[in-house]
Structures are given as structure tokens and as C-alpha cells.
Write a protein that binds this ligand. Sequence first.
Ligand code: GDP
Length: 329
Amino acid sequence: MINSQNIQDQLINGILLNDRAILSRAITYAESTLEEHQLIIGKVLENISTKTGNSIRIAISGIPGVGKSTFIEKIGLKYIARGKKVAVLAIDPSSSISKGSILGDKTRMEELAIQENAFIRPTSAGKTLGGVAKNTYETILLCEASGYDVIIIETVGVGQSEFIVKDVTDLFVLLQVPNTGDELQGIKRGIMECIDFVFINKVEENNKHLAKQLKVNLIKALQFLPIKSNNWKAKVFLGSALNDIGIEEFLNEIDDFFTYLTNNKLLDEIRQKQTEKHTKDYFLENLLSKLSNSPFYIELEKEITAKVKENKPIPYSTINELINKIIGK
Ligand code: GDP
């Protein structure tokens, strides 16, 4: 039997002392589905709660190859030069669910990775999207308690993961490249609705014209979307991560964005809503998982299988009676 109290204390002390190996271990506990580990991480989170919430949480999304790692490395290094500590978390639900990794094996962000004030965690495991969301939320809190002031969540812009990051971050950035002129067609409406900033990357002499056209098209398209809850009107920028063009200006825009949120008391409001959602999701997911292992459910499953074989579904009334029995009604 493991000594949970010892592990808890070790994790809490290590996190607060910014021990990156221990922070990593704590994240592994958060990602584990074992009840024992969940209890430990629950206690850890309770104990560090007064040390969380002090970072800026930025989501950066874009299809593979658009330049996310290059861009994140550049902004990460600039934040470090400004005296900040930076954590980069990459989420890729499609890979964690299928156990592959479309983030690839290449060594990413080599220069950032060797910085003392940087922490990079490639993927966040989870069997379900809800699991990925929970892990990401908890990982952010653990990183904050460890002293990281800037938390960057990288997602592969293919859909699902964007909705997860929207619920755990303050600012959503989409990376684009000027290419064919019909790039907008490829962006899902749901993603468009999340956008606070678009950074059009890889802008060079030979594609400047296309890039400017893309900017105009994007601004037009963004205008027609419903107003976001933060009331912020999305902005579009041009630049090059590789050649370090437009990046410093972009960081200044991020500063302005956070000043806007703080001045309008929106930051607290956004995070309170996120905490509320996370807590409710946690409750419902756990409840469902416990119920689906309960004798009631196992019995019901057997009955359903038997009836379906006879081409006779179980009547809803029977199911409702069972639910009432479970909730003691
Ligand atoms: P990711 O898959 O979105 O993380 O993209 P990467 O950051 O790995 O970049 C993909 C490729 O694009 C790499 O070869 C980068 O060197 C290159 N790249 C990134 N930013 C720029 C840029 O601003 N200009 C040019 N020409 N290439 C870039």
C-alpha cells in the first residue's frame, strides 16, 4: 500500500519549489485514471489552490505545418527575456484517444526546452474528450502553483481540441498561412467563433499580396460572427515566426488584450465560468462512471442485451423506474 500522505506532501512541496521533475510527476498523477491517484491529485489541488490563477492562459491553434512550434518558441523566449516563466502544454485529443501522436517525433522547440524558466509537456493523455479537458485544466493549475506566469496551450487545429482549450484559456490565437486564397473555407465555424487573434505566419516578399488579401477576408468573415462573451473584436496580424517579424508587436497586443480583460473585470468572470463548468463536468463524469460500474447498471445491461435479441427494447418506463430507484425517488 502506497503512503498517499507522503506522496501528497512530496508533490506539494516540489511543485511550490518549482521542481520540474516533480511537477511532471504531479501531471502524470492528474492524467492517471486510478482512483488512488485521483484522490492524491485532488488533495494536491486543494493544497495549492491559493497559489493558482496568476498566469495568462493562451491557446494557440493551427493545422500541422503552419508554424506553431516555431511561433511558440519565439514568443516563449521573448517572455523569458521579459523575466517571465513559461509553460507550454500541447494537447492532441485525437492522438491520446487513438494512442498515436500526430505531433510527431521531431524535437520541438529545442531552444526553449533548454531554458531554466521554461516547462514543456508534449501531450496530455486522456481516454475521452472530457478526460483531456480535465487533465488540461488541472495541469494549468499545477503549472501556476509552480510559478509559471505564461501558460501556452498548443492544439492541432482540427476541431475537437479547440473547444477544450476555449474552456480553460483566456485568449485564443489561430495561426494561418497565406496559400491558395481559399484558406477560410478550411476553418470550421466553431473555431472562427473562438478567435481573439489571428496571426498570419510565413509572410514573405513573394506572398505579401496574398497575405494582405487573406487578412481582409478574415476581418470580413470575423465581423459576421456573433459577439463573443468577452466582447472583444478579433484582430488579424501578419508576420513571420521564423524571421521574427511581427512577434514583439504581437506580444504587446497580448498585453493590451489582458489589460482590456482586467479593466473590464472580465478575467475573473471568464475564469469563474470555467471553474463552474469544470466542476459540474467533473461531478457528472464521475457520477456516470460510478453508475456504469454499479450492479444496477450491469443488471440493466444484461436485460437490454437479452431483450434486444428478442427484438423487444426495454420500455422507457422501466428505465425511468430504475433511475428513480437509484436516486431514491
Ligand atoms: P507546426 O507543425 O504548426 O508546429 O509547425 P512548425 O513550427 O514545425 O513549422 C513547420 C515548418 O514551417 C518548419 O520547417 C518551420 O521552419 C517553417 N516555418 C515556421 N515559421 C515560418 C515562417 O515564418 N516562414 C517560413 N518560411 N517558414 C516557417
